[in-house]
Design a protein around this ligand. Structure first.
Ligand SMILES: [Fe+2]
Length: 866
């Protein structure tokens, strides 16, 4: 071809493709306003026309391509019309297609846009029917490229369907096709900017070209279907299925059986049955003759010349004499791959056959067949053994595994199973495809998910029983089911006689109670202490753990409980951060299988007796790890103020400020809620009123009692509303410089209130938190405490001042400097401490999401304090 002629032809192709694409784009615009009813009517009219003409289509396809069988083409066209239409009839493809009113979401279906569709020679008319129906149902204009050998039948089918569609109201150019098919033309079409999706059914070259176009593509790759006759197979029906499938349209379904693998136990019987049904087994000489005709020498793969020809004709071409009524030519092979050329896909009534000496050998062969050009497509098995089915299904890398089914009819769906009826079979990534299932209308839709804001359910957790008032420890006499008690405590509780008090009421129970005491919990309990306690519990086998002490004791006892219940539990994974404990990666062990838990606080601070938290310290790394899970919530809390009477002055102040910090943080956290607000306000009122009294006079019973309650009330609140960065920073500084928890909290409290009261650099995401309001909340609190709060700013300042005044009244340090920490050492640790605070779970619920530099700034300010 002269250069000029070639250029002219190319220009013509370009303008043809441009014109088709522009028409299609116009049709796509028109389609957007079509309703479901309009689309359904169009598809129905198309299906009727396809039905009326299915015989004509079949005849034309065979006459034009000289391949396949007229009677089977009829079936294929009927299948592509009736079965496909049946699945489309009630399918929603326009507008809202599904609704979830309960969770506030719905889905809207939209067209994908202009589709470029490739049609193979094997199904020249049925594929046109199928693709036209699914694209019209989804309001997508389609441009066909027919196989060069089947142009006429393709055009004829597409034209009749377009006519029917347009008559029923579809846009003028909803179905179009390339006037002539050239490789250049197809490539241009697939890459055209107005084309949105490629629907490619064809050989591997076509599919590869589709994926290389840079457009989203759905394609079907080639098959090389292994069919395993396992020794328990029903031989008569299996052979019939095999022949029916293998001869369907003269073998032109890519899902038909390409290699038969027969267990040695039934080999002779199967072959006898096959021969009786006109299968012809070739001898060695004949095999070589067939190979010459069926396989291209240069590629070692199938010669397209034989595709879809009857067995007799193929034999004739190979110079092999076979009876005229021969249905399938069978070649017995020893292996798979280029050395055994007939082990590839043959798309004709030629079948490879193997004898397997074991199940394992059969599975290996089937895998090798798939590997040799059929990955992702289809594999079939005939057997009565479900275990072998499972083995086969697990091992075969195929999108469809068909059991006791003619493979061709089975894979295309609906007739023998519930697979989606289709003429395009996805092969997944095994076959270089984007889908692995049977392709249908749903693959031609863009689904828009409309999701309304939906809050997760929030839960309030409280121990089932809380005893309170002076002497409420006597409840130990009546709490059910204490047989073996394990008391976790500290040396001071032993010294103060508190342990004796507990034992007194245990011994008053009608039945004898065994008990053991572990009294070595130190302040800021270590992992080692926890493990030692858990080990003792494992020997003592208690059914009730009684934690008697301050926050450290209660926390240590909770952790011991956890490792007692599950000795396999791993601290390193349990301590890992979580955004939502309900969705955490590592599940906490289920507690209460061995023992329940009673918490008796002897200080008024942590609220641990009513919370699901426990802080354990890694002493080597100077890090405090907050364990947190609803499982850790005690079963019983005994709030007996008599145990708090001996708390030293300094600790009364520290723990009291911890209570105040719990309440203030829980009040502004993003999880703060109406249920906890009331508790918090009461707790804060109690602290401001009674903490100075308890500090000044430790024997003031009323002040001690009220502070003991305030601690528990604040605990109940923050167990459900959580804390914030005040605690994150206090954890970091406390661990690094060994500053008591409450004291560290108090240093940060004025600074954190001031930080939180300024609009955030970053907001904290939480569905239940509608907008930032920490500033207003502080002011609201100030008002409730009857502090000056005419404006928000005044309220915030009044609250900060009240906190500072309280701390001063308690003689508390309000700076890190006052805790005797050297400035250079402190400065050198600021980055590290800020990072610990960033990772602290309490940071997640702070009303502002702090940046690391902002935390560093607060840490810097804390050195000199307020
Ligand atoms: Fe705390």
């Amino acid at each position: 071809m002269a250069v000029e002629e070639k250029m002219l032809q190319q220009q013509q192709t370009v303008s043809m493709i441009d014109r088709l694409a522009a028409n299609a784009a116009q049709a796509a615009t028109e389609f957007r306003s079509f309703t479901q009813e309009m689309v359904d009517e169009i598809v129905k009219q198309m299906a009727i026309v396809a039905l009326e003409n299915h015989d004509k289509f079949a005849r034309m396809a065979v006459e034009e391509t000289n391949r396949g069988l007229y009677e089977d083409k009829i079936t294929k066209n009927m299948f592509a019309t009736e079965m496909i239409y049946h699945t489309l009839r009630t399918l929603k493809t326009v507008g809202i297609i599904s609704e979830n009113n309960h969770e506030g979401s719905y889905e809207i279906a939209e067209p994908v846009g202009v589709i470029a569709a490739l049609v193979p020679v094997t199904n020249p008319t049925s594929t046109v029917i199928y693709k036209s129906l699914i694209s019209m149902k989804t309001r997508n204009p389609i441009i066909f490229s027919f196989h060069p050998v089947s142009q006429k039948s393709g055009r004829f089918t597409a034209a009749l369907l377009r006519e029917a569609a347009v008559r029923a109201g579809a846009p003028e150019n909803c179905i179009q096709w390339l006037e002539t098919t050239t490789l250049d033309g197809i490539n241009m079409l697939m890459k055209h900017p107005k084309v949105s999706l490629i629907l490619a059914t064809g050989g591997s070259g076509m599919v590869k070209a589709a994926y290389s176009s840079g457009k989203p593509a759905i394609g079907v790759g080639p098959g090389n279907v292994p069919c395993y006759f396992e020794k328990t197979a029903n031989i008569k029906s299996s052979v019939q299925d095999l022949i029916m499938s293998k001869t369907y349209d003269n073998g032109m379904i890519c899902a038909s059986e390409q290699a038969l693998i027969i267990d040695k136990e039934i080999y002779t019987e199967v072959i006898t049955e096959m021969i009786a049904n006109h299968c012809y087994f070739l001898n060695e000489e004949e095999r070589k003759q067939l190979e010459k005709v069926a396989i291209k020498e240069e590629t070692r793969f199938l010669n397209p010349m034989i595709v879809g020809l009857p067995a007799f004709k193929i034999a004739q071409m190979a110079g092999i004499e076979v009876p005229f009524d021969t249905k399938v030519l069978v070649v017995e092979l020893e292996g798979v791959g280029p050395k055994y050329p007939l082990s590839c896909e043959k798309l004709s009534p030629v079948l490879a056959c193997y004898k397997a000496n074991s199940t394992e050998e059969a599975l290996n062969l089937a895998e090798a067949i798939l590997e040799y050009g059929g990955l992702g497509h289809t594999a079939s098995i005939h057997t009565a053994n479900d275990q072998i089915v499972e083995q086969y299904a697990m091992r075969m890398r195929a999108g469809r595994i068909l059991i006791n089914t003619p493979s061709a009819q089975g894979a295309t769906g609906n007739v023998y199973n519930d697979l989606l009826p289709t003429l395009t079979l996805g092969t997944g990534t095994y076959g270089g495809n984007s889908v692995s299932v049977n392709v249908g209308a749903m693959h031609l839709l863009n689904i828009k998910k409309v999701a309304k804001r939906n809050n997760n359910a929030q839960i309030l957790r409280t121990p089932p029983q809380i005893y309170y008032r002076k002497n409420s420890v006597q409840a130990l006499e009546i709490i059910p089911d204490i047989k073996k008690a394990f008391i976790v405590t500290s040396p001071s509780s032993v010294k103060n006689g508190y342990v004796d008090k507990v034992l007194h009421f245990l011994t008053k129970r009608p039945d004898f109670v065994h008990y053991e005491v572990f009294s070595e919990v130190e302040p800021d309990p270590s992992i080692e202490t926890v493990m030692a306690g858990a080990e003792l519990m494992r020997h003592a086998k208690p059914n009730m753990i009684i934690a008697l002490g301050g926050g450290s004791v209660l926390d240590a006892a909770k952790a011991m409980w956890l490792f007692y219940e599950d000795s396999e539990a791993n601290f390193n994974t349990l301590k890992l951060k979580t955004l939502n404990p309900r969705k955490r990666v590592v599940t906490y062990p289920k507690l209460r299988e061995k023992a329940k838990f009673i918490a008796i606080p002897t200080t008024s601070g942590t609220g641990s007796e009513v919370t699901s938290f426990a802080v354990i310290t890694d002493k080597k790394a100077n890090i405090k790890y907050p364990l947190s899970d609803p499982e850790l919530l005690p079963d019983v809390a005994i709030i007996d103020p008599q145990f708090s009477m001996t708390v030293p002055k300094e600790i009364t102040a520290d723990t009291g400020m911890d209570v105040l910090t719990h309440a203030l943080e829980a009040f502004v956290s993003v999880v703060a809620n109406d249920f906890t607000d009331g508790q918090i306000i009461k707790a804060i009122q109690l602290v401001f009123k009674y903490l100075p009294r308890a500090y000044r006079d430790g024997s003031d019973e009323l002040a001690r009692e009220k502070m003991h309650y305030a601690s528990t009330i604040a605990g109940l609140a923050f167990n459900n509303a959580y804390l914030g960065i005040n605690h994150s920073l206090a954890h970091a500084v406390g661990a690094e410089f060994n500053i008591a928890h409450g004291r560290a909290n108090a240093i940060f409290l004025p600074l954190v209130i001031r930080f939180n009261a300024v609009k955030p650099t970053k907001f904290t995401p939480f569905a239940g938190y509608e907008y930032y309001k920490a500033d207003k909340r502080y002011a609201e609190l100030a008002k409730m405490l009857e502090l000056p709060a005419r404006t928000t700013e005044e309220g915030i300042e009044s609250l900060i001042e009240a906190v500072i005044n309280l701390a001063r009244e308690l003689d508390m340090p309000l700076s890190v400097e006052e805790c005797r920490v050297s400035q250079p050492v402190y400065e050198s640790k600021i980055t590290e401490m800020a990072l610990h605070a960033v990772h602290d779970p309490d940071t997640n619920v702070n009303p502002k999401r702090p940046l690391t530099r902002e935390l560093m700034e607060i840490l810097r300010q804390a050195y000199k304090g307020v």
